[in-house]
Design a protein around this ligand. Structure first.
Ligand code: ATP
Ligand code: MG
Length: 407
């Protein structure tokens, strides 16, 4: 049953309204005879609707009283008035009242005014609730949309990155194929030419001349063999099947074996080799063939990229290996050249397969496999390999292998 509060200074009118309300089966929530009392009564009884006389004695007239009540609560107010002057109506209208009743009030008009006011209040409340729901839905939708946009942006970035990586891989691969066919054809061409030439000179050319042809065939054949070995290693590497047979070796012994083979290349290019035996133990557990392969790759690179008349130094010293913040004692062997060096931003990428630095790519030969194979071999030995540029020019490639004094 709706609870109605009456604010009316004239006791007769107030009683009459009360009687009407009773007849109409509304509950009287309370009665006030002036504005101040009405404000505190409304606060305590919280009526569903207020019937408010406009003209009342005291500080507060009905309109001011209504303003005070509306500051605290959202109660529908119906004004009761005998005034119809424009100013009063304007002031009252400013409060968006739920109705006006002109005195003398009739019961039926009171019923209609209260019913309309309550039904309007109900509609307004439902509207507010649905607006609030709409706002929440809109907010949730906005959050979802933001998330979706972020996800799309992330996925797009991932896709672009993947596409760029695929394009880069594709580019490196086709560059590799071009290089590879060049690297295969050149020695093959030499082998065939010198073999044919030699055949045509049998019986006419002196033996030394024929020996020279055979020597060139052997050199080209060796080059071809090295290339095929690299390709073999590449396929072992990619299938994870590169095997190592490790034993205790002296690194200096392996280095000297390598240098026996490589000496000729230093001499041919007129490059001086500097190496002083260090005063430390150089025992490591390793696969000597593989480590020799690494030395040969690094030395042939150093020779390839260093001009004639310069020097290459090999320096061996003790150094620590730091892997995942753990420190291991190791032996470091550095190949220090006086060649073209490596662009600083490519010091890491040159270890990737098929990769060649932008400084040497044009016409230096090679397939870009050597360092990738070295890196794989050193990784298998628990060591590290690294490239750096020298302050005085040229590059230094160093390897550190774990030191094994007691094994
Ligand atoms: N000592 C060096 N000085 C300057 N650049 C070097 C040196 N060593 C390697 N590089 C650069 O690193 C690249 C990769 O070397 P890597 O040994 O992997 O391939 P490659 O020598 O080009 O070919 P491959 O060894 O397969 O015949 C070289 O092409 C070169 O650009
Ligand atoms: Mg190489």
């Amino acid at each position: 049953m709706p609870r109605v509060m009456i604010v009316e200074d004239e006791a007769i009118i107030s009683s009459l309204i009360k009687a009407y309300l009773k007849n109409l089966r509304y509950e009287v929530a309370g009665e006030a005879y002036n504005g101040e009392d009405a404000v505190s009564l409304a606060k305590s009884v919280k009526p569903d609707i207020v019937l408010m006389d406009i003209s009342m004695p005291g500080h507060y007239d009905g309109i001011r009283t209504a303003q005070e009540i509306l500051k605290e609560q959202d109660t529908p107010i119906i004004f009761l008035t005998s005034h119809t002057d424009a100013e009063t109506i304007d002031r009252a209208t400013g409060l968006s009242p739920y109705g006006y009743l002109f005195k003398p009030i009739k019961q039926i008009e009171l019923k209609v005014a209260i019913d309309i006011a309550l039904s309007r209040k109900g509609v307004e409340e439902r509207l507010q609730a649905s607006e609030a729901r709409y706002k929440t839905t809109e907010e949730t939708l906005r959050v979802h949309q933001n998330q979706l946009e972020k996800m799309v942006a992330l996925q797009t970035a991932d896709l672009i990155e993947a596409k760029e990586a695929a394009e880069e891989a594709n580019r490196a691969k086709s560059e590799f194929l071009t290089n590879m066919s060049h690297e295969l054809r050149t020695p093959m061409h030499q082998i065939l030419s010198f073999a044919k030439f030699g055949m045509s000179k049998i019986g006419t050319a002196p033996d030394e001349k024929l020996f020279g042809f055979f020597e060139k065939i052997v050199t080209s054949g060796t080059r071809l063999m090295a290339l095929l070995n690299d390709l073999m290693d590449l396929s072992l590497m990619t299938s994870g099947k590169m095997s190592h047979q490790k034993e205790k070796y002296d690194l200096i012994w392996i280095l000297k074996n390598t240098l026996v083979d490589m000496k000729r290349h230093f001499e041919e290019k007129g490059i001086q080799l500097d190496f002083e035996k260090p005063d430390i133990s150089t025992a490591v557990i390793c696969d000597n063939i593989r480590i020799e392969q690494v030395f040969r790759n690094l030395l042939s690179n150093a020779i390839k990229f260093t001009p004639s008349g310069k020097r290459i130094e090999i320096r061996i010293e003790a150094a620590d290996i730091v892997i995942l913040e753990k420190r291991f004692a190791g032996v470091k062997i550095a190949f220090i050249d006086q060649g073209v060096g490596i662009p600083e931003n490519e010091l890491d990428t040159i270890f990737e397969k098929f990769s060649q630095s932008t400084r040497t790519k044009t016409g230096a030969g090679g397939t870009g496999l050597g360092l990738a194979i070295c890196s794989e071999i050193i990784k298998h030995h628990g060591g590290v390999i690294n490239a750096a540029n020298n302050a005085f020019g040229g590059a230094t490639f160093s390897i550190i292998l774990p030191y094994q004094p007691h094994s």
